[in-house]
Each structure stands twice: as C-alpha cells, then as structure tokens.
Write a protein that binds this ligand. Structure first.
Ligand code: IMP
Length: 183
C-alpha cells in the first residue's frame, strides 16, 4: 500500500497488529524485569507518544510516567549543534528509569539522554525503543535493553514518527519509497 505525505511517497512496512504483538512481549519482559521496582517511564516527545501509550497498557506492575523533549540549538563553531533536555519535572534520584524512544538511528540522542539523566542519580537506567536502525548506529549503547523491531536504514513515518511534521497520526509504519536516482 502506497501513501503520499507532503512531497514524498511511502510504502507500508509494519502493520499495527504486528507492532502491538511486539509491544505485548516488551511489556511482559518489563513486568518480569521490574517487579517490585515501580519504574518511571520517561517518554521522549514528540515521536514516542503512541509507542509509550501502547507499551504502558501492556505493563501490569506499578509504574509512573513523565515526559521530556530534546531540543537542539546551534552552538559556537567549536561545539556545533548542542542538545538540551527540557521539561523534566520528576525527581529521578534513586528511581528505576526506562527511557522510551520512538527510533534509534545514529544513537546520538539516546546516548546524550542517558548521560544527562544519569546526573540525577537514578537507581538504574535503561531504554526501550520501538525501532532501531542497526546500520546507522554509531554508538554502542548497553542500556538499550528493549528493541521492538530492527529495520533497514530507510526513513520511516507513522505511529508517532513524522516527515516535516506530518504522518504522526498514521496507525501503521511506512518507509519512504525509493527515489529513481537511488535505484
Ligand atoms: P539519532 O540521534 O540519530 O539516533 O536520532 C534519533 C531521532 O531522529 C529520533 O528520535 C527521531 O526523532 C529522528 N529520526 C531518526 N530516523 C528517523 C526516521 O526514519 N523517521 C523519523 N524520524 C527519525
């Protein structure tokens, strides 16, 4: 199935039913790993909102949720683009933290987040992502404990992920169609 979003064509890659099945398994794993630990899920906005909502519905142990954003701004020429965590309202000291990301591409964002959240001295910190692009990954992130799907190095949208702000509402996940010059 093909769809058009803004100026690009996308093709169906993962159906919602498949996504739900994988998330159910991730929820079971988290129930086992965090029994009696009351973890705090830290959703990374905007992209994680659908994944986080479905994941938390599959988690049955006591747990809490909070949200953050990562903003980027241009630093001086020596530092390049600088990232910043904004919106963290919850005290994480001594807590078991599960960062929830939509997609890990190079891994730079997740590595940065883990580094920043560690400053709050949580009891433990790990991450759950819906999608991982292993071919793009430039960092080894041992805290990435839960990965729903590994996908090829394609640009994807839907189920929270966007292209130029569009496509987050799509129920399924779609990958960008090849442009003729790429074939
Ligand atoms: P990383 O720092 O390279 O791992 O990139 C992580 C962020 O890039 C994600 O949280 C997304 O916001 C964005 N991103 C990376 N790949 C895609 C994609 O295929 N579709 C939509 N957003 C993406």
């Amino acid at each position: 199935m093909k769809i058009q979003v803004d100026d690009r064509e996308f093709v169906l890659m993962l159906e919602y039913e498949q996504i739900k099945k994988r998330i159910r398994l991730t929820g079971i794993q988290i129930d086992v790993d965090f029994e009696n630990k009351t973890p705090v899920f830290v959703g990374v906005l905007n992209g994680s909102f659908m994944f986080l909502a479905d994941l938390m519905k599959e988690v049955n142990i006591a747990s809490e949720v909070t949200f953050i954003r990562v903003s980027s701004y241009e630093g001086d020429t020596s530092t390049g683009t600088v990232k910043q965590v904004i919106g963290l309202e919850k005290e994480l000291k001594g807590r078991h933290v599960i960062i929830v990301e939509d997609i890990v591409d190079t891994g730079i964002t997740l590595e940065f987040l883990i580094h920043e959240l560690r400053k709050q001295e949580p009891a433990s910190i790990c991450a759950a992502c819906l999608l991982l692009k292993p071919q793009s990954l430039t960092k080894e992130i041992e805290e990435l404990s839960y990965i729903a799907f590994e996908i090829p190095d394609d640009f994807v949208i839907g189920y929270g992920l966007d292209y130029n702000g569009l496509g987050r509402n799509l129920k399924h996940i779609y990958r960008a169609g090849r442009v003729p010059s790429e074939t």
